[in-house]
Ligand binder design. Structure first.
Ligand code: NAP
Length: 284
């Protein structure tokens, strides 16, 4: 089994973003990402800090808006409106999940699609669906980079995605389809899950359950991408794949941490640079 090094590959993506930011700066464009966090969820705080760190590495100015947990939907929507109108802000990222009193869908819908660097807005989701999009869906695009890094071609391969969420499973399946994979999406009502997974040349697990994918679900030599980020009782982070056992069967496997996570952030950087280009009428 060959380990897919998300840390190293994400560093390359961020270096490319940094080079573009430097070029934009020469043209008088300063790239800026506004990061909004509501409440004090420790995991969200870690993600936001990592995103800010990546911005600093890429020469992107980050503005943090840390709002208290009791913030109302109206207050958050007012901030989004302000950031939408601010010409110095190229990208807006609202860290999810939001506290219960705030409707996430309404907040996502309020972000101007041109500044929606997470690609969660219905306009951007629709563009991804038809295959003509400005912003890559961050986590799935990171997974595609990781698959590509193995040298295994997606075209014509049996691809299985476990999970059908709007932010991971569905767009992941769509990107694999755009790359001419033959794609099956599995979910909690899927029958014969193990059997279907065993047929996969490329298996992507986005379930949110520790050690969900066991060795008997994996085809010999398959590329296995573990999107899961599960916090164990002992505080350790682990993926959806039983790493020890599956590493004996898979051809390529991503670790957790150090696999998909850093790629998601690197794609966010790419998207922020792209947003700045689009907003300033600069072609690739
Ligand atoms: P989600 O919205 O909870 O979706 C989980 C999916 O797994 C659902 O579609 C669900 O099916 C399916 N599922 C649950 N139990 C199943 C079972 N027994 N058999 C088959 N399918 C089952 O989660 P998400 O937001 O997609 O995230 C998934 C995981 O990825 C989480 O661990 C999350 O933390 C992680 N994640 C990581 C990154 C990163 O950057 N690395 C980014 C985003 C998410 P139903 O639809 O039928 O309920």
């Amino acid at each position: 089994m060959q380990l897919i090094d998300g840390k190293q590959i994400s560093a390359q993506v961020k270096e490319r973003a940094a080079a573009e930011t430097a070029k934009l700066s020469e043209q008088g464009v300063a790239v800026c990402l506004a990061v909004v966090i509501v409440g004090d969820d420790p995991a969200s705080r870690i993600y936001v800090n990592n995103k800010k760190k990546a911005c600093a590495f890429c020469g992107i100015r980050s503005e943090e808006y840390a709002l208290p947990a009791e913030t109302t939907e109206e207050e958050l929507l007012a901030l989004v409106e302000k950031l939408n109108a601010d010409q110095a802000v190229n990208g807006i990222l609202v860290q999810l999940p939001l506290p219960r009193q705030i409707n996430e869908e309404r907040v996502i819908a309020a972000i101007r699609p041109e500044k929606d660097v997470d690609a969660f807005h219905a306009v951007n989701v629709g563009k991804i669906m038809i295959g003509n999009y400005d912003f890559l869906p961050c986590t799935p695009a990171g997974c595609i980079e990781l698959i590509d890094s193995t040298g295994v071609s997606i075209e014509g391969k049996r691809c299985v995605v476990i999970g059908r969420s709007n932010i991971v499973g569905k767009p992941m399946a769509m990107l694999l389809l755009h790359r001419n994979g033959t794609v099956t999406i599995c979910h909690s009502r899927t029958k014969n899950l193990s059997e279907i997974c065993r047929e996969a040349d490329i298996l992507v697990a986005a379930v949110g359950k520790a050690n969900f994918v066991t060795a008997d679900m994996v085809k010999e030599g398959a590329v296995v991408i573990d999107v899961g980020m599960n916090r164990l009782d002992n505080g350790k982070l682990c993926g959806d794949v039983d790493f020890e056992a599956v590493s004996k069967v898979a051809g390529y496997l991503t670790p957790v941490p150090g696999g998909v996570g850093p790629m998601t952030i690197a794609t966010l950087m790419q998207n922020t640079v792209k947003a700045a280009k689009i907003q300033n009428g600069i072609k690739d």
